[in-house]
Design a protein around this ligand. Structure first.
Ligand code: PXG
Ligand code: PLP
Length: 433
């Protein structure tokens, strides 16, 4: 097979092409490589295959839809499954989030939500609210809006000045106070007050929205300190600022409830999703919106478009079919709350790695886990990457970012498979010492 033409995303291309890792097939909790090795999936593909691989209802739904109608124009037209999926999905969302706008990825969801926030303020006569606030170490995809509010330096530094008028609150990662916390860390609710600092600097009347991940995933599994999200909500309310939760990773059962907003008891104004919406089978994302925000747009002459935004593939028929099959699978198998049942077992298994060489923190909530390693001096990210390669070699897929190992297995994971992942990690971390 020729590997030349494909420029791979977020990949060390030259290194990869010298020793490619190719996946050929998947089912349930497993992948199989092109040369037939079975790999236990510790990361739900890339935080998206929440119902496990090749689930029959989803496969059939996509196959049938492909034969029936492969595309329908989404502007001034629609197809029934778009409405069905939105109806089913809003039933899962926090109370009051009754509208769903479809996109094709998490990155598009984020840019859509940011545009909605700006337009909402403008429609209601507060067009002076133009600033967008993100957070250090946040990940909101790779399009210019999400990149601008994002806070991962390596993702940003090559790409110029990005959106104007964006600022960032401090991140919440604090090993000195919170290392080896089980579940939400105790310390750091006060970091939400950093938003007050930016309000004082810019004046709150200039700020349209604040976007945060309830749990930062991509940058390395950072959990919200107890009370932190509540405090962000209070500050936003006080100043008329919209709060956006980016639930691309935390959505669809990852934290033990359908959404992290429910797990943490804080309702945002807008909520971005993707990944688990279709079990990763067909690209799709969405933005859940509070009724009042949607209704604000529904003014003016009825024949005019209310929100000048959308994608050729918004509410794509294959994606809607996959989404309906996915939500049905979640419901039939109780998967959206299964992480709550397993989090005790999962957490204990992960925390049993405490004391291994170079393990400087372990974090867990629901079926999300993070293990932070002491970097090799002068070679950041290498130790964790060695652990990743070692695990893959021996049959378990994990994910690394910097020197943090992330685990986020499909929600169908069994206890003995959790043991298998953790045992594999134990060996690999020892060998990486
Ligand atoms: N927001 C969040 C919170 C995400 O986690 C996106 C937006 C962008 O979604 P798309 O579908 O455009 O990729 C994500 C995506 C990792 C990793 O290593 C995580 C993501 C993407 C790539 C790598 O954990 N999450
Ligand atoms: N570029 C061109 C020239 C286009 O015509 C379109 C859509 O019609 C786009 C970009 C945007 O593509 P999409 O709607 O798939 O995001």
């Amino acid at each position: 097979m020729k590997l030349d033409a494909y420029w791979m995303p977020f990949t060390a291309n030259r290194q990869f092409k010298k020793a490619p890792r190719l996946l050929a097939r998947s089912s349930g909790m497993h992948y199989w490589t092109h040369d037939g090795r079975q790999i236990l999936d510790g990361v739900a593909g890339l935080w998206c295959v929440n119902a496990g691989h090749a689930r029959p209802r989803i496969v059939q739904a996509i196959q049938q839809q492909a034969a029936e109608m492969g595309f329908a124009p989404p502007f001034q037209m629609a197809h029934p499954k778009a409405f069905e999926l939105a109806e089913e999905a809003v039933k899962l969302a926090p109370a009051g989030m009754t509208k769903l706008f479809f996109t094709n990825s998490g990155s598009e969801s984020v840019d859509t939500a940011l545009k909605m926030a700006l337009a909402y303020h403008r429609v209601r006569g507060e067009g002076h609210r133009t600033r967008l606030i993100g957070r250090e170490r946040g990940y909101h995809g790779v399009n210019f809006g999400g990149l601008s509010v994002g806070g991962i330096v390596s993702n940003r530094k090559m790409f110029g000045a990005m959106l104007a008028g964006v600022d960032h609150i401090r991140h919440t990662h604090d090993l000195s106070r919170n290392a080896f916390s089980v579940g939400q860390p105790e310390n750091g609710a006060d970091l939400a007050d950093d938003l007050e600092r930016l309000c004082a600097l810019h004046d709150p009347s200039t700020i349209a929205a604040v976007i945060v991940e309830p749990i930062a995933g991509s940058a390395g599994v950072f959990l919200p300190p107890k009370g932190y999200l509540q405090r962000l909500r209070e500050i936003c309310d006080r100043h008329g600022i919209l709060l956006i939760f980016d639930e691309v990773i935390t959505g669809f059962g990852r934290t033990g409830q359908p959404f992290a907003a429910q797990t943490f008891g804080v309702t945002p104004d807008l909520m971005t999703v993707a990944k688990g919406l279709t079990n990763g089978c067909v690209p799709m994302g969405g933005v859940f919106v509070k009724q009042v925000i949607h209704d604000t747009f529904m003014n003016g002459p009825e024949h005019l478009i209310e929100f000048f935004h959308g994608y050729t593939y918004s509410a794509h028929p294959l994606a809607c079919a996959a989404g309906l099959g996915t939500l049905a699978t979640y419901a039939e198998e109780g998967l959206l709350t299964r992480a709550a049942t397993l989090q005790g077992y999962f957490g204990e298994a992960l925390h049993s790695l405490k004391g291994l060489p170079n393990v400087i923190d372990i974090r867990n909530l629901g079926l999300v886990g993070g293990i932070e390693l002491q970097p090799i001096a002068g070679e950041p990210a290498k130790r964790a990457f060695n652990v990743f390669l070692d695990c893959f070699d021996k049959g378990v897929l994990v994910r690394t970012t910097g020197d943090i190992i992330a685990l986020s297995p499909p929600l169908i994971v069994e206890r003995q498979q959790i043991d298998q992942m953790v045992d594999m990690l134990r060996g690999a971390i020892q060998r990486a010492a």
